[in-house]
Each structure stands twice: as structure tokens, then as C-alpha cells.
Design a protein around this ligand. Sequence first.
Ligand code: UD1
Length: 367
Amino acid sequence: MAALITLVAGARPNFMKIAPIARALDRARDAFSYQIVHTGQHYDENMNAVFLRELGIPEPSLFIQGGGGTHAEQTARIMIGFEQYCAATRPSLVVVVGDVNSTLACSIVAKKANIPVAHVEAGLRSGDRTMPEEINRLVTDSISDWFFVTEPAGVSNLMTEGHAAERVCHVGHVTVDNLLYQKKKLEAGEGPATAASALKTKLGRYGVVTLHRPSNVDDCEVFTRILSALTSIAKVLPLVFPVHPRTRKQMEAFGLEAGPNIHALPPLSYMDFLNLWKDAALVLTDSGGLQEETTALNVPCLTLRENTERPITVTEGTNIVVGTDPVRIGTEARKILDGQGRSGRRPPLWDGHAAERIVAALRDIAF
Ligand code: UD1
């Protein structure tokens, strides 16, 4: 009988990661069936449903209304819903992706129900335990059974933490599988005719900004500092800024506004956003995924954080970790705009076939 695999997704960056895994499992129906559990961590139409549609993700078997509230409230709601699901369904394996609260919640529940867990994008470490995602990564990896890793640093972190080498597979990156797949669709003319694409045409040369880390947007002083850096850059390069719901709320709470020549937009769909950033002169971000995606397409990226858990984007890619000091941000931005930015190369195994490698490895595992 085909082994039942449950794919867990809940927040925006999870959807990009499960889409290619679902496609690869569709091609392995002889060995596997699968279900998707949506934890509801992200629930707005433009943070959630639009992604499921565009990325071709099948209808979830279960939607847990886990979103909103504090970390403990959100994690607890997801755990309760997922525990009921595990008791009723008993999958052979639970696959969790990334480092969001849903990843943590569902890995704990599955392990306590004696269901094996595979973690996709395992082993990444920022070394910064004030970052909620770092806690999620550490806890998830400490109890997972199999580790699918995107870059060599992830392998060495897991080895240092004492995991068995045969359970750690360097497979490349499902985020890049999805990126290359969606880019092909965009090039085939499935591009969006939206306000953002009209703005792109109008601006010609522009930069793209995303911000949502609590360390950047929940602290008024840091957020103000970042906005002042963006205002300076916007004097020479118009910036497009799709604003995350957390960020929007904090701007309202602090009475902050995007400066002149900074075009604030609502969150964009995957295709709409890809269409925008792939041709940007510069991306400024605190996202984890976008650091990797810009490296994959060789787009210059400045990361507005003090550290990164994805070091290959710096050593081989286009990423520069600049922190939140406006002088440093301005200096690095100017270098890129003057044509002195550095060019990167796409890391090994970021080739569009990571999900196939994951499914091939799963075939060798006796559940
Ligand atoms: C979460 C992840 C983060 C990921 C990010 C991508 C954790 C700890 N954080 O952060 O790693 O990079 O998603 O977006 O899991 N909200 C809405 N509508 C939504 C979703 C959120 O209004 O659809 C608002 C709510 O007020 C919510 C707040 O944004 O409380 C923050 O959402 P939450 O999921 O807690 O964290 P993110 O900042 O989105």
C-alpha cells in the first residue's frame, strides 16, 4: 500500500516549498499518497489563497484556523488541530518545511504521536536566538528524523549537533525549484497584468523593498532608521515596497510613512512579485527566502539584518548583509547602482530538481 505523507504548510513562505514537493509526489503515486494540512497561520487572501492558486497547490485536506495572536496562542491552536488530525489519520510521515511557527508546532505533535518527521530546509542557523525562527529551527531539528538540506553549512551544523550522517541529505533547494518553475510560466506569458506590473513599466529602473522581521518593524527606532535609509536611496532610485500586514500595522501604530518616491503596495501574489523583483536594480530585504531567490537569479540583494542563516548567498551569491545602519546601507546601495556590485553564481544543486531528490530519498526510507 502507498505510504501516506502529510505536507504541512501555514505561512506564506511555506507554500513555495511544498508546491514542488507535491508535484514530485504526484509523479511517485506508485509509492506514496499525500495530504496537505494548512495550519491557517497566514489567513488573508493575499497572504494565502492567492499563493495556493498560483502555485498550483492542491486543496488542503485540513485547514486549522491557527493564525493570529501571540506565538504561544498561535502555536497552541495549531498543535491542537494537528494532534486531532494525526490521531484520526496516522500518516506514515509528516514533512515540515522552513522555520515558521507551524513547522515547530507540527513537528512536536507528530513526534509525540510517534510519527516520523522529515524537515525540509533543515540545519540553517543564524546563531541569533532572539529570532523566533532560530528557536523554531533548533527545536524542529532536535527532534526530526530526516533532514533535507539546502547548502553545505546546514550539513555541518547538523553534524556538529550530533545527527547521523545517513539521515542528512544535501538535496538543494525546493524554493529554487518553485522559482524556476514559476519563472518559466511567467516567460510563457502567464504574467500578471496588475497595478504592480504597470508601475514596473512606468518606473523602468527601480529597487524593491520587503520588511517584516519583528527586530526591524516592531522597534520604532530601528524601523525609523531603516525608513531614513530608504528615503535617501529613493532620491536616486524609485523603490517599490509591498507592505507585509505586520509591517503595515506597525507603521500605523508608530505613525510612520514611506517617504517620497517609495511606492507602498499591498502584499503581492508570487507571480506579481517575481515579475517585479527579477528585473530590479537592487533588492533590500529582511526576508530569508528572498536572499536565496535573488542569488538564484543573480539580482543584487542587501539584507537588512545583522546576520544570515543562509551563508551561501553571501559566499557564492549576490547577497550582502548590511544591518540597519543607514550609512552602511547607503554605501553598499551606491556601489551597486554605480555598477560596482558583485556578481554571484547559483549554488550547487539549486537546479530545479531538489524535490525530486527528496522523493527519491524517501523511497529508500522504510516507514
Ligand atoms: C511569519 C513567520 C516568518 C515568515 C513570515 C512570512 C514565524 C515565527 N514567523 O511571520 O518566519 O518569514 O511569516 O510572512 O512563524 N497577519 C495578517 N494576515 C495574515 C497573516 C498575518 O494580518 O494573513 C498579521 C497578524 O496581525 C499577525 C501578524 O501579521 O499577528 C504577524 O503574523 P505571524 O504569522 O505571526 O508572523 P509573520 O510576521 O507573518
